[in-house]
Ligand binder design. Structure first.
Ligand code: COA
Length: 351
């Protein structure tokens, strides 16, 4: 049976570097607090009037397409994972098709809204199409422009210091090679925690029980108007995150789903050549590394330089790991993610 291989990979990071010190000038925070709690020293922010999630995704896609040695017109399906789309609708899939100048091909474009685990979910969807022979050159992108939607006042500091902008992309193709390709993928979710890490408004929830109970919203917080002045005043238009709650689940679910993937394919943590965890927080990655008894050589982290780039973090990290020679042909690689939803998942592959 055919397997799915990553035939090309690329990433794009905006030029502007934003240090923790720079954030100190915007809100009541310190370099020490951010570094100690998250490991992040700096992140990239896109250029406000020139870059979007779509354009960054397109730049990463162009690199992945070139890396695969194909023409962009050969892409036969597009999957785009993001939580920070250019528009509420339509999604970034069709926009990136236009940005790449391949709209004439009329290939399908699917948007994935699984936040931090979006890339792992997207890879799993693409894998089904490739294995069954439906498509031969799937473009999978993870991209985020967080800097446009964060609260950079002290009120929003627990969230805004964590996130950064960037994009990563892969071209997925079928392979008959025994020692290459996706071996297994495992996807999970638990919607009971939906509002613990969420961007609530604007939306049609109208005070839907989760948001109402968790945040103590009154009925008057929401009315029939999609966007209200009160939503703006109460900062409901920014992401909400219960950091400690998210942390607690992440450190349980990451190791569990990695072990599930390894066990299904008949491996142990010591067999792993490289674990690419979603770059949520360096402390989470370090905890996972310790629980699984992995060496520093077996785990790749770059959150120190880019912050949490959500759906883009795994393809950016994988692309850098490949470029640095830390992921080589035939290596056993695990991609694992946890995030809003909660959703989490892992894919095990031979590079
Ligand atoms: C967000 C996170 C770093 C916060 O660390 P924490 O140890 O849980 O800190 P708390 O939220 O309890 O806040 C501790 C104090 O720091 C303050 N604080 C929050 N953000 C701050 C900031 N950027 N700078 C300075 N102080 C800050 C809080 O107001 C609180 O002050 P108080 O004690 O006076 O009330 C941590 O919870 C975390 O990493 N969670 C996981 C988040 C994550 O991975 N999200 C993405 C998932 S994909």
């Amino acid at each position: 049976m055919k397997k799915t291989k990553i035939a090309g990979i690329g990433h794009y990071l905006p030029e502007r570097v934003v240090s923790n010190k720079e954030l100190e000038s915007l809100m009541d925070t310190t370099d020490e607090w951010i570094t100690e709690r998250t490991g992040i020293r700096e992140r990239r922010f896109g250029e406000r009037h020139k870059e979007t999630t779509t354009t960054m995704g397109a730049r990463a896609a162009e690199k992945a397409i070139a890396d695969a040695g194909i023409q962009k017109e050969e892409v036969d399906f597009i999957i785009f994972a993001t939580l920070s789309p250019d528009y509420f609708f339509p999604g970034c899939g069709v926009l990136v098709q236009r940005e790449l100048g391949i709209s004439d091909t009329e290939v399908g474009a699917l948007d994935i809204r699984n936040q931090c685990s979006g890339f792992v979910y997207g890879l799993s969807v693409a894998d089904q199409y490739i294995k069954t022979g439906v498509y031969k050159n799937i473009l999978l992108i993870g991209a985020e422009m967080h800097s446009m939607g964060l609260d950079f006042t002290t009120r929003g500091r627990n969230v805004s210091v964590i996130f950064g902008d960037g994009a990563g992309a892969v071209i997925l193709q079928p392979t008959e090679a025994e020692d290459q390709g996706v071996l297994t993928s495992h996807l999970h979710s638990d919607g009971r925690h939906a509002e613990e890490l969420a961007f609530l408004s604007p939306g049609c929830h109208g005070g839907y029980h989760g948001a109402k109970e968790l945040y103590g919203f009154s009925d008057s917080t929401f009315d029939t108007v999609f966007v209200t002045q009160k939503m703006l005043d109460d900062a409901l238009i920014y992401p909400h995150m219960n950091g400690k709650y998210v942390f607690k689940f992440a450190v349980q679910k990451f190791p569990a789903v990695i072990m599930e993937a390894l066990g299904t394919a008949g491996f142990q943590p010591s067999d792993l050549d490289m674990l690419i965890p979603h770059q949520a927080n360096l402390r989470i990655s370090q905890f996972v590394q310790k629980v699984l008894k992995l060496t520093d050589d077996q785990v790749f982290n770059n959150i120190q330089r880019y912050g949490n780039t959500t759906a883009a973090s795994i393809p950016i990290a994988l692309s850098e790991a490949r470029d640095e020679g830390r992921v080589k042909r035939g290596d056993l690689v695990c991609l694992a993610a946890f995030g809003s939803g909660f959703t989490w998942g892992a894919s095990l592959l031979r590079w």
